[in-house]
Ligand binder design. Structure first.
Ligand code: NAD
Ligand code: LMR
Length: 335
């Protein structure tokens, strides 16, 4: 009797493997939440040399969990080795923001990391590589990485804005007294920063439009600043930046990308910061939060939504910040 052929393992690279987010994220990847519980996974953990020891401890715990799908875990401080043959990459490793810092302050500290990693992805990743940048400033770090990977299609580089999207759903679920699963049509435009625009214009509950039922004062004075400022609020209350909720959003993002979604619902979309192709007047190349769905494992921008002057103004303000970050990247010599 012949043995059933075992599927080749998916190589998944996670940077910043000794950090807070990775400590939650790695166990969910290994549990099969992205590719499916039985699809074999080879985990590659990338860390800076001084944190390799901690990452090795995390690798030991991953082994101890005896996940059925986890074929192997390795730890390295060499980016070329970490991304060789990678099918999916979570670029988490970066210095997080402390109290009183804005995300733009991180560009100088973190930008160079994403140049090196973009180059390593370009050199060795698998043809179907999917990249999710989590490390801040996430949109512009993804922009840097994509620019250093000219052989990889730019739609393979994304940044995490699903956390902002999920935060918005949670606030709206409370406001409307409905479960978040009833909500559709939410989008968070722009940058993962205070300038972002969580937009309820197309919001639905159980498929029915509801945005007219929401008080515009509440949207402008409470909802938008609450969602956009939630990262800072968490830092203030928790003493360090969000970790498990960021990991959870990263799982949602990559799962929907791989498996199709959101949740197989062709009528709706989720928020992904994707490399702009010029939709909605967003300059080409900027990594910007947009309404996106995954069809057949490929991300597609939902590009035919009507935009009011009020939305235009809000989108443009966040895009202006992305443009200024692009200029800062150029002046730092990171392009
Ligand atoms: P952390 O400090 O706990 O961990 C970061 C890890 O990255 C550290 O272990 C560090 O050694 C490692 N690292 C630094 N440079 C590296 C490199 N060149 N290669 C590999 N690893 C490297 O931080 P955290 O709480 O896990 O947060 C990680 C990043 O995610 C931060 O930039 C944070 O601001 C960001 N973040 C983004 C979102 C989002 O929604 N986009 C949400 C939360 C946090
Ligand atoms: C978040 O949104 O929680 C993170 O980006 C952390 C931060 O710096 O705000």
């Amino acid at each position: 009797m012949s043995e059933p052929t075992r599927e080749t393992a998916h190589v998944v690279t996670v940077t910043g493997a000794a950090g807070q987010i990775a400590y939650s994220l790695l166990f969910r990847i290994a549990a099969g939440e992205i590719f499916g519980p039985r699809v074999p996974i080879e985990l590659r953990l990338l860390e800076i040399p001084s944190a390799v020891g901690v990452a090795e401890g995390v690798a030991m715990e991953l082994e101890d969990a005896a996940f059925p799908a986890l074929e192997s875990v390795s730890v390295t401080s060499d980016a070329t080795e970490a991304f060789d043959g990678a099918n999916a990459a979570f670029l988490v490793g970066a210095k997080p923001r402390g109290a009183g810092m804005e995300r733009a302050d991180l560009l100088t500290a973190n930008g160079a990391i994403f140049r090196t990693q973009g180059q390593a992805i370009n050199a060795g990743a698998a043809d179907d590589i999917r990249v999710l940048v989590v490390g801040n400033p996430a949109n512009t770090n993804a922009f840097i990485a994509a620019n250093h990977a000219p052989d990889v299609p730019s739609d393979r580089f994304t940044a995490l804005m699903r956390l902002d999207h999920n935060r918005a759903l949670s606030q709206l679920g409370h406001k409307l007294s409905v479960p978040t699963t009833a909500l559709g049509g939410m989008v968070v435009w722009g940058n993962h920063s205070l300038s972002q625009f969580p937009d309820t214009t197309y919001l639905t509950v159980d498929g029915k439009p509801v945005s007219g039922d929401l008080d515009t004062r509440w949207i402008e004075d409470d909802f938008i600043p609450r969602v956009a400022g939630r990262g800072g609020e968490i830092i203030k209350v928790r003493g360090s930046s969000s970790a498990a909720s960021a990991a959870s959003a990263a799982v949602d993002h990559m799962r929907d990308w791989v498996q199709g979604g959101p949740e197989g619902n062709d009528e709706s979309w989720t928020t992904v910061a994707m490399v702009s192709r010029g939709d909605y007047g967003i300059p080409e190349g900027l990594v910007c939060g947009q309404p996106v769905r995954s069809v057949g494992g490929k991300l597609e921008v939902v590009s035919d939504l009507e935009i009011s002057p009020w939305q235009r103004h809000r989108i443009d303000a966040s895009v202006a910040e992305l443009i200024s970050e692009r200029e800062a990247v150029a002046s730092l010599g990171l392009l």
